[in-house]
Ligand binder design. Structure first.
Ligand SMILES: O=C(O)CCC(=O)C(=O)O
Ligand SMILES: [Fe+2]
Length: 373
């Protein structure tokens, strides 16, 4: 079952590159950014240097009048605050595509433990992490780039990626770290909590869109929606002004739940500016991803975001992507189409979407553009 499920994603990858997977190679030998940074480089190697127009411009971040909305999820449990909380979430999805969720219900000691085991993994010697090195045709494992294109500008960061859900798609034996010893147990517990929160959010989004409560969940395959964890590790960088931890992109799946630490660096695109998502201790940053934008017929926005790095601190984040199955067909909900709101996107297999992603890596909002009706 496991082998089969993962193999399907490999097949999509194969379609994307049109090549024999086993022969696919990285454009350049893989360099761990963490190892480079630990050498104490004075200069930034040229593969990380972005074009002038993509550089972060480190001083143009937040203006005080504009901040990503903060939503108190406990408001949904109180009769007098429920309506207001629902409409705050709807507004955030429509205007920002992003919000920070507090009182989300994931136990804080579990969050602390999850962060701790993630950090302990990255603190292992390189050789121990290399055991999980990902292949050019799969994002699963220990990685330092997305896409194989020779000469591509690379992100200043490493990651570790694996499935959290559905349970039969997790290959705990091969794909989850064995060290630290409590990693598996902790992430198992974390996945169950994230699954609960995602389920609740999908219900809220459905209701807010005027759809039956189970609608978004049905499209994304609840209770077996795909939850994929990406632990991001951004070491200090000698020239943060020239590079990015993650290039500008929108997330391709359904929705994303992100735990960032207290360092800061995530920015979202609003109007023609990049605004910082200031860390709030233990808040979870939620963002609408491309498939939810399509399902909502463009009412909800899957917004571009990027990560800037700094020259003093390691920053870590844990992103959980909640995605439809690759065989799911995604299209705007019929209830959201009328004479004034014609269908903005064509019907497509989520796998078709993934295929362009595997081929080209992160490319701003280019993918969703190509699915316009
Ligand atoms: O590290 C972050 O704050 C965001 C990472 C991100 O956007 C991603 O992994 O898709
Ligand atoms: Fe992202």
């Amino acid at each position: 079952m496991i082998a089969q499920a993962v193999k399907m994603e490999d097949q999509i990858h194969q379609l994307a590159v049109g090549d024999d997977l086993e022969e696919l190679t990285w454009g350049e030998p893989v360099q761990r950014v963490q190892a480079l940074a630990e050498k104490g480089l004075q200069e930034l190697p040229s593969v990380y240097i972005r074009a002038l127009s993509d550089r972060p411009g480190l001083d143009d971040s937040l203006l005080p009048d504009e901040t990503v909305p903060v939503i108190d999820f406990s408001g949904l449990q109180e009769d007098d605050r429920k309506q207001e909380t629902m409409s705050d979430i709807a507004k955030a999805c429509e205007e920002w595509g992003f919000f920070q969720l507090i009182n989300h219900g994931i136990p804080l000691p579990l969050i602390a433990k999850t962060r701790r085991v993630a950090k302990q993994f990255f603190d292992l010697p390189i050789e121990e992490k290399q055991i999980y090195a990902n292949k050019p045709w799969s994002l699963v494992g220990y990685g330092s780039r997305i896409g194989v294109t020779k000469g591509a500008v690379l992100d200043w960061g490493d990651y570790f990626l694996h499935y959290l859900w559905p349970i039969d798609k997790r290959d705990v034996d091969k794909e989850w770290p064995k060290k630290p010893a409590s990693y598996i147990e902790t992430l198992d517990e974390y996945s169950r909590e994230v699954h609960k929160l995602c389920s609740r959010l999908m219900e809220v989004f459905s209701e807010n869109l005027g759809l039956r409560t189970s609608y978004v969940g049905e499209v994304f395959g609840w209770p077996d929606m795909n939850l994929v964890l990406r632990i991001n590790y951004y070491p200090p960088c000698p020239r943060p002004d020239l590079t990015l931890g993650v290039a500008a992109h929108s997330d391709g799946g359904g929705l994303t739940l992100l735990l960032q630490d207290d360092i800061g660096g995530l920015q979202v695109h609003k109007g023609d500016r990049w605004l910082s998502v200031d860390p709030i201790p233990n808040a979870i940053v939620i963002n609408v991803a491309d498939q939810l934008q399509i399902l909502s017929n463009g009412k909800y926005k899957s917004v571009e975001h990027r990560v800037v790095v700094n020259n003093s601190f390691v920053r870590m984040s844990l992103a959980t992507f909640c995605n439809p199955d690759i065989e799911a067909i995604i299209s705007p909900a019929l209830e959201l189409i009328d004479d004034n709101h014609p269908s903005s996107y064509r019907k497509a297999l989520y796998g078709e979407f993934l295929q362009s992603f595997f081929r080209d890596g992160l490319k701003g909002k280019r993918y969703i553009e190509s699915f316009k009706a």
